[in-house]
Design a binder for this molecule. Structure first.
Ligand code: GTP
Ligand code: SPV
Ligand code: MN
Length: 580
């Protein structure tokens, strides 16, 4: 494949470092995918699943020490430490080159180095961007086939010969002690070594589309966000598009392909994890999904919670770290059927009830987006879809109501910047710890987060009518620890209120923290739930709010002069409203 001289010389240079036995340029064809899977079946990288009930589906078991993103080993390597900011791990570029380069040196000896030219975004879109990735993992190549658009199509999307993000990935020895995910935004370069898992290894996803993407977006005046994109069709047939940021394993895939519990309403899926958002010629925001597939959380996915996902993963899917039944079908906690006798856990061992989960809590499926029954006809529109509202959602057992609306753009940016959430199994470390995760971008913003808040404020100022901004929380609990809100398909009731607010026809009451649905404004028809639980889910308690803001001044203080005055002002205003 003839790409540009810049691409070829970077690939040569990288091969000089990693010293592979051979170099294979990938074309993204089905033939190539089939050859890769044959080879992985032969060497045990993947196992076949039941070819009758799960045709062309495979199971991959990753190294037990390599099962989730490792944020503590993820670095932003800018010349100035301040440009990475206080929320990112930082290494000086020369330092990173020495340390990570040492691990890449000769790491592909005797192995194949695959070169993957890939496009992030729909074919023919001016918003799409190009990457070239090299890897010594066939599993990563097969995954990139599903998650991105691989092949020569990249050429016509390059604005000049060097217009690509370069990514070098090697499995190394998979030891967390010799693992680095290093980003060099000033050189548009990613070096990842020591992990074959998800966001650490599929470089198009978090490394390119979010960390380097957010850097590029700020330079070029757009937004790269950890957001799903959906269209809500109402009974009149009108589709209103929303983009929603939620932290890892906190409900984006589920919301993006929700099956409505309200007659006449329908959700159309545009994307489930990442949105690239530009200001259109008409002064309105337009969003594309840079990805071509879904890398979704398996546990709790069932015909009850996410029937669309269950339908889409019945063919052409790679499952990673799920359990396997004796008949060769995937299984996980919450799939909706009891664990059969003879179940093998995610490491291939006989599983016994009462012990550890059979599927890893961060086990996942990788599947082409076009297989989703709710995929929007507009999902590959080169112009993107028009965004009318933003949602910031997180996981909080207390305080945060089911839904609220910001007073205006700046207030919404403040609410997003202040978002707290409980950690999940998508990240190595303790689960359930509350941390500040602004706009769900804490692990993904490739530059100083203070500047990022400023970029958001500036975007609003460029828009004729900025989208409304909402906060949601599906995870509020009662005193006995039960979720107050049923979630999943019933979340359409919240989406309906949001869209009705946008169109000016839903009632709300003003609280110190934003507009909240009045009693009766949420459509609860057909929902079997005690009214006091809905009331509790929507309740705003001023004292609890004030308490939840306690650490926020300190969180903001670390940004020093990079924190926009407007954000600090919104915090002060909220505190004042709560105390009067
Ligand atoms: P990443 O792919 O890591 O970015 O995750 P995500 O944000 O797409 O999360 P996903 O939709 O996969 O949801 C993760 C888990 O959150 C699910 O397996 C459920 O356990 C839980 N969840 C999602 N939606 C709801 C909901 O509406 N209510 C409740 N109670 N739990 C939910
Ligand atoms: C996330 O952690 O937000 C994910 C999964 O979407 S991974 O691709 O591993 O980052
Ligand atoms: Mn994600």
């Amino acid at each position: 494949m003839a790409l540009t001289n810049f691409v070829e010389s970077w690939v040569d240079e990288t091969a000089g470092l990693t010293k592979p036995g051979r170099v294979v340029w990938c074309d993204g064809s089905k033939h190539e995918y089939d050859r890769l899977t044959e080879q992985m079946l032969a060497d045990g990288t993947i196992l076949s699943l039941n070819s009758r009930t799960y045709p062309n589906c495979y199971l991959h078991r990753s190294d037990p020490s390599d099962v989730a993103r490792t944020e503590q080993l993820t670095f932003i390597c800018t010349r100035s430490r301040d440009d990475a900011g206080p929320t990112n791990n930082w290494l000086a570029p020369a330092d990173a080159r020495r340390r990570v380069g040492g691990l890449l040196d000769g790491s592909m000896r005797g192995r194949t180095m695959y070169v993957i030219p890939y496009l992030m975004g729909p074919t023919g879109s001016a918003m799409s961007r190009v990457g070239v990735m090299v890897t010594d993992s066939a599993y990563v190549v097969a995954s990139m086939h599903m998650m991105t658009r691989v092949g020569e199509t990249v050429l016509s999307h390059m604005r000049h010969g060097a217009d690509f993000i370069a990514g070098a990935h090697s499995l190394g020895d998979l030891s967390p002690d010799r693992r680095f995910i290093a980003h060099f935004p000033e050189e548009r370069l990613i070096w990842s070594v020591g992990s074959g898992y998800g966001g650490n290894a599929l470089l198009g996803k978090k490394c390119h589309a979010l960390r380097l993407g957010s850097w590029q977006a700020r330079e070029e005046g757009w937004l790269a966000e950890h957001m799903l994109i959906l269209g809500l069709e109402d009974p009149e047939g009108r589709i209103t598009y929303l983009a929603a940021a939620m932290p890892s394993a906190s409900g984006k895939t589920n919301l993006s392909m929700l099956v409505s519990k309200l007659p006449g309403y329908r959700v159309w899926t545009v994307g489930d994890d990442i949105a690239w958002i530009h200001v259109g010629p008409d002064g309105q925001l337009r969003a594309i999904n840079p990805e071509r597939g879904f890398f979704g959380v398996a546990p709790q996915t069932s015909d009850q919670t996410n029937p669309n996902a269950m339908a889409m993963i019945r063919s052409n899917t790679i499952f990673t770290n799920v359990a396997a039944t004796p008949s060769g079908e995937p299984w996980w906690e919450g799939i909706g059927t009891p664990p059969p006798a003879g179940l093998l856990d995610w490491q291939g061992r006989q599983w016994a009830p009462g012990g550890a989960p059979a599927a890893h809590p961060n086990s996942r499926f990788t599947v082409p987006a076009e297989q989703c029954p709710s995929i929007a006809p507009s999902w590959e529109d080169p112009q993107g879809v028009p965004i009318s509202g933003f949602i910031f959602g997180s996981r909080l057992a207390r305080v945060q109501p089911l839904v609220s609306e910001a007073f205006d753009w700046d207030h919404g940016v403040f609410l997003g910047s202040a978002m707290g959430t409980e950690t999940t199994a998508a990240i190595t470390g303790k689960v359930g710890v509350v941390r500040r995760d602004p706009m769900a971008m804490l692990p993904f913003c490739g530059y100083n987060m203070g500047d990022y808040f400023g970029h958001w404020l500036g975007m609003g100022a460029r828009l004729r009518t900025p989208p409304r901004i909402f906060r949601v929380n599906w995870f509020r609990r009662d005193d006995s620890g039960r979720f107050l809100w049923p979630g999943y398909g019933d979340n359409v009731r919240v989406l309906k209120w949001i869209v009705d607010r946008i169109h000016g026809i839903a009632d709300a009451r003003e609280t110190p923290v934003g507009y909240v649905p009045t009693a009766g404004a949420l459509e609860l028809d057909g929902l079997n739930i005690a009214p006091d639980r809905v009331e509790a889910a929507l309740h705003v308690d001023g004292d609890e709010w004030l308490e939840s803001l306690q650490d926020l001044s300190e969180f903001y203080r670390q940004f020093g002069s990079r924190l926009p005055g407007a954000v600090a002002e919104e915090l002060a205003t909220t505190a004042r409203r709560l105390t009067t």
